[in-house]
Ligand binder design. Structure first.
Ligand code: AMP
Length: 281
């Protein structure tokens, strides 16, 4: 497996893959890899002839008061994981390689980026869309794998690919959880043991809401309120939002008739965690 830091070397490697008529799977990440990332690499491996992983903590998607400096990093360990999962190349650029200009251009995603996480993270999805657009340009034609864990991100990226006609097939992959239900996240390392225990309330609140839908609950606002109340009943949780939303538009759903996205965000200590589940009546 190759580890490269430059855009030019990455392009040359991936162009050579395509010149041999081999298909390419691409897995963009911010590193500090866990089994959620590994599941994307494995899927890419199973569905393509070659696999590229990018590891880049993208400053554009962090707000001024967010955890950019503290974000966990371990390139050596990540590279081992990529190699053992069968990746062919890891692209791990510096910030200067990705953003040579001191005042980089940005993609503006608009309304879809102002909902859910966008309300507390203004500009976050512009930063995500900008780096993913660059990564798609660097990778070239491929299938790109993203986790449903970041549900709004997946919606934004599907729209991005369509909006700019990137020759990329966006593939959404299921959330990978710890045995006790906590969604895997690089940010889980921030959790103190008591916060780690408290964070299980996210999955429990979603499970209870899904059970209510199975039992006939259709009132979207009540579903969202019940999730919010359940999370707020945990003293160590500070709720950001709980929604019952349309999976494509992310608008609140009044009556659950088709698939609905139940999505939550909450702080536990200094970790802001997100989780979601899609329910269909
Ligand atoms: P990140 O490194 O957090 O930017 O995540 C890189 C990719 O891995 C994104 O597509 C995420 O949605 C995906 N991902 C992160 N955590 C999980 C998880 N627990 N299950 C599935 N995919 C995940």
């Amino acid at each position: 497996m190759k580890i490269v830091e430059t855009i030019a070397e990455t392009r040359a490697f991936l162009d050579a893959v395509r010149a041999q008529h081999r298909s390419l799977g691409f897995v963009p990440t911010m590193g500090y890899l866990h089994d959620g990332h590994a599941s994307l690499i494995r899927r890419a491996r199973a569905e393509n002839d070659a696999v590229a992983v990018s590891i880049f903590v993208n400053p554009l998607q962090f707000g001024a008061n967010e955890d950019l400096a503290a974000y966990p990093r371990d390139l050596e360990r990540d590279a081992k994981l990529c190699e053992s999962e069968g990746a062919d190349i890891v692209f791990a650029p510096s910030v200067a390689e990705m953003y040579p200009s001191p005042n980089p251009f940005s993609i503006v995603v608009g309304d879809i980026g102002n909902k859910l996480c966008g309300r507390t993270r203004p500009g976050h999805f512009d930063g995500v869309a900008t780096v993913v657009a660059k990564l798609f340009n660097i990778a070239g034609p491929c299938r790109a794998y993203f986790g449903a864990k970041d549900a709004q991100q997946l919606v934004v990226i599907r729209r991005l690919a369509r909006a700019f006609d990137f020759p990329v097939e966006v593939v959404g992959c299921p959330i990978v959880r710890e045995a006790d239900g906590l969604a895997m996240s690089s940010r889980n390392v921030y959790l103190e043991p008591a916060e780690r225990e408290a964070a299980l309330v996210l999955k429990r609140a979603l499970d209870e809401a899904a059970a209510a839908v199975r039992q006939g609950e259709r009132d979207g606002r009540r579903i969202a309120e019940d999730i919010a109340a359940r999370i707020s009943s945990e003293p160590r949780a500070r709720l950001d939002y709980a929604v019952c939303a349309d999976p494509e538009t992310l608008d609140d759903v009044e009556r659950v008739e088709g698939a609905a996205l139940l999505a939550v965000a909450a702080w536990f200590g200094k970790a802001r965690l997100i989780d979601n589940m899609t329910v269909t009546p």
